[in-house]
Structure formats: structure tokens, C-alpha cells
Design a protein around this ligand. Sequence first.
Ligand code: NAD
Length: 412
Amino acid sequence: MKHSQPPRRDFLRYMGTLALSAPAVAAANDQDKVTFPPIYDKSEKPEQTEPPADPWNERVGVAIVGLGRISVNEMLPAFAQSKHAKPVALVTGDRAKGLKIAHQYNIPEANVLDYRDFEKLAQIPDVQAVYIALPNGMHAEYTTRAARAGKHVLCEKPMANSVAECQQMIDACKKAGKKLMIAYRSQYEPMDRALAKMVREKKLGALKEFSSVNSQDMGDPQHWRLKRKLAGGGALPDVGLYCLNAARFLSGEEPSEVIGNTWSTPGDPRFREVEESCQFILRFPSGFMASCSTSYAAHKSQFFRLNGAEAWAEMDPAYAYHGLKLKVTRVVDGKEQASDIQIEEKNQFAAEMDHFAQCVRQDKEPHTPGEEGLQDQRIMEAIYESARKGRPVKLSPPQHTRGPEPQDQQGG
Ligand code: NAD
């Protein structure tokens, strides 16, 4: 079957998209958008409408590299809610799995490649970009190979295992004239974005403290996440990174000094190569402080509290794929008042993929480019250094971190 422009019936069948309405699939821009007269009185909030989706043949074609949990359980299903991207190829070491998934998503069998044939992506014009969802230690190699094959890159977090690898990825994409974006989904998530806006508008007053935990209890000691070469580290680069990145993007500041501590329970077979837990403090030039803790051996716990001089905001759970809850507390008329902020949930994977696709199509810098991942890696290396040496480690300001803010509508 010709796959670049499937009939709408096939698209709906294969993508299983209850979320996509028929007019949304065909609409190209605002004048093509199907609109309806209002039916509610002024007392109701205005009906929310989504921006129109791109026609199928105009969407950015993406090869999914690595068919593990994040690709199969999250990103591939999220294409059903994407407006600007489509999956067109798969790279996997397991051809049977690849074919099964290819049939689900209407991807031609010829576009299911083995890692050894990765360079063949260059000969598939439908593939404009790759989404790299491999173990962390493989991100640098596959980003570099993708750039050389002429493809834009959306790479999962953490960007890589070292500052040197991050720089290699940035240089390779720059040399090839291709986009590089790191998949920091929280930065495209509406509740986090609303909070970052509140901070920018000084709604919490001057920021003072950020406290956060992101922990989970790991099982299989043989999993790649517990192998140094493939994971780069333990809890810190995998889940502690969310706390670190949130402290930076919510405050809009960069730390000038870090203090770190790591711990692994002696004899625990899971932590022979990587740390079990890490506690770290980030000092920012304004006096704002972040105090974070992450563990691979504690029951799942994901939250943060951001404390300003005039109010605090709390997300619990934070960092999760679904069910985030945001509360803001301040004094109103002499009484402490807590408000639950209600913001409609959006698929974070579709939002980040659509931002990436729009950057590719409009030749814009992504909001979370390689430099954003590089800065987190610099800070994580400083945290490990501080833990090793038992003293604070200073950090110079980065040259560059984030690109322009995404628009608030999905895909902007
Ligand atoms: P996973 O173990 O489920 O999948 C990894 C995939 O890589 C598998 O398909 C595996 O076969 C393949 N692979 C290829 N070579 C391999 C090798 N030498 N050793 C092990 N696996 C190999 O992992 P995952 O949870 O999908 O994580 C993949 C990436 O996505 C990681 O970088 C991770 O940090 C990131 N991730 C991001 C999020 C997020 O919310 N953004 C969530 C989970 C994972």
C-alpha cells in the first residue's frame, strides 16, 4: 500500500485515533479549519478548539529508532494526537517485533530496518527525522549517524553519557545543517508551562526555594539502566534529571554552584555499577536554591514545591505522563488560600513531537535544543564531582541553553 497518503479510512483504522476528528485530519491551515456557531450562553467558558492538523502528505516523516517501552507504549500511540508528524520507518534489532508494529501503524515493511542498515535511512526520502529512544550510551552514536544520513534528530533524555558526547552530537547536527532537539517532555506540558509563565510574571514573588523528589524502585539487576556503559549513571541521569531540569526551566536561571552526594547500599546487586541515590543542591546567582533527591530503591514518588516570597506552587505528582496536579497557595484577605489549578491534560509526547516537527518545517530552533541537554550534563558531571571530592563545585554560565518558547497551542 502507498503509505505517504493513506485514505482517511486507513489512517483512522491504523492509528486508532478516537481523538482525531475527520475535519482535523484534512485541515491544512486556519482557513481550512471547520468551525461551528456557538451553542452556549456567555456564562459558559468559550468552547476550546484545537488548531488544524497538517494533511498527511505534508507531515514530517519520522523513523523510530529503538522499539522499547517509551517508543511502543508512549510515542507511537501519541502520533494519533500529533498534527504535524507521522511515523514512517522503524529501526530495531528484532524484525518480528518491527513488522508487528509496522502493520499497526501502516509503515511499509521495506522501512523496517536493522541497526546495521541504519544508513539506509538516507535512501528513504519520506524519513525527514529520527526519534532516538535507545539506551543513553547509544544516543551520541545514533544522533551522529542520523545527522550524517541527512536526518533531523529528536533524541530522548538524558542527551548522552558525557559532556564530550553531547558536544559531538551538537557539532554533528550543526555540520549537517540538521535540527537537534532533546525530548524534555515536561517543557511542552501545559501545567509546567503555566507555572513557568507564573514565575516569569512574578506571580510567586522572588523565587527562593525548590524542593523535589523523583524516585522509583528498580527490579532486574541486569537491566541496561543499571549498567554504566549504557546508562551513564544511576538514578541521577534517568529520573533525578527531571528535578534538575525543572529547577532550571521553571526558574529560568542557571546554577553557579552545586553540592552532590551519592549512595549505594553495599552488596545490593542492582548498584554494582551505578549509584542507587543522589541528593543535590543547586545554588543560583539570585540566591534561589534547589534541593533535590532521587533514588532507584525507594517507592515511586514524584513531586516538587517551588517557593517564592509571596506564594508557593506544588506539583504532586510531577514528572508523570498523566494525572499531574498543580496547587498554588498564597494569602488572600488575610487568610492562607490554596487553589487547585485546573488545566486540561495534553499528551506530552504528541506536544513535544509536534513542536519538533514545526521546527523542522519552519526552520526554527527547538525550545530544547542540544545545548539544553549539554547544560544538564555539565551540571550532572559537577554533581558527581562534588560527591567524589566532598566539596561544592562551581559552574560557569552556559553560552546557550533554550530556544524560543513554543506557542501554547499544541504543535506551536
Ligand atoms: P527500553 O529498555 O524499554 O528500550 C530500549 C530499546 O533499545 C529496546 O528496544 C532495546 O532492544 C533497544 N536496544 C538496542 N540496543 C540495545 C542494547 N545494547 N542494550 C539494551 N537495549 C538495546 O528503554 P526505554 O524506557 O524505552 O528508554 C529508552 C530511552 O528513552 C532512554 O534514553 C530513556 O532515558 C528514555 N526515556 C524517556 C522517557 C521520557 O519520559 N521522556 C521515559 C522513559 C525512557
